[in-house]
Design a binder for this molecule. Sequence first.
Ligand code: ZN
Length: 239
Amino acid sequence: MTEHSTPAPRALLDAWEELRRVSPIERALRLAALWDPHVEWANRTLGERDRALWAMRAALFGANVEAVVRCRACPSSYELVLGVDELSRPQPSSDSVEVSSGALVFRLRAPTSTDVIRALAGGGEQEILRSCTSVQEDGLDLSFEAVPRELHALLEEQIAGIDPQIGFALGIECADCAVRSIFRLDAGDFLYAELERWCRSLLREIHLLAQAYGWTEDHILALSSFRRRSYLELVEERA
Ligand SMILES: [Zn+2]
């Protein structure tokens, strides 16, 4: 069980500033750590991490996600409103699956962020397959090199199917040209973009209140958002 908490505005502002210079995967991990700092997110599955990100998204910015989908075949675009409960797929009953082919028995597990980081560092896609596969024949462990190449695609497919969160996508049919476009939303990228918008708007509030009342950033951040907005209304009335 994770012990999550909704991060305070100060922590969100600090995170926004720190995360500007890190890679998308590192960003997703650090955002998940804001939600629950006691979990070693790098070694949890990608699905588990993304479910945490969507849960944090719902707590911070609400349970509905608005997105624009552009048709891949014509100039039409569509506004989608999705519930976070549609984007966050249910946790599978197991993070691993067993499959066999002839005398070979494979134990496959869902990939973690560490697997992806290793793949990005030079191992390539195959590195994920290698890390997530153990193989036995007659109860004896074999090395990954013993796996016939023609089985790789099948094993990759099985790994992708372990957790419905991984590679989650929606097919949207265009009302104008009937072509289906695939819509994907990366939880980390999406949440970071929203965090950025939210922080810029918070900075604007701080700026206006500091100018009007001479308060410090700390003082303004200690106010509830309701109180900040109420003061802002007064400032705007006066202007
Ligand atoms: Zn279209």
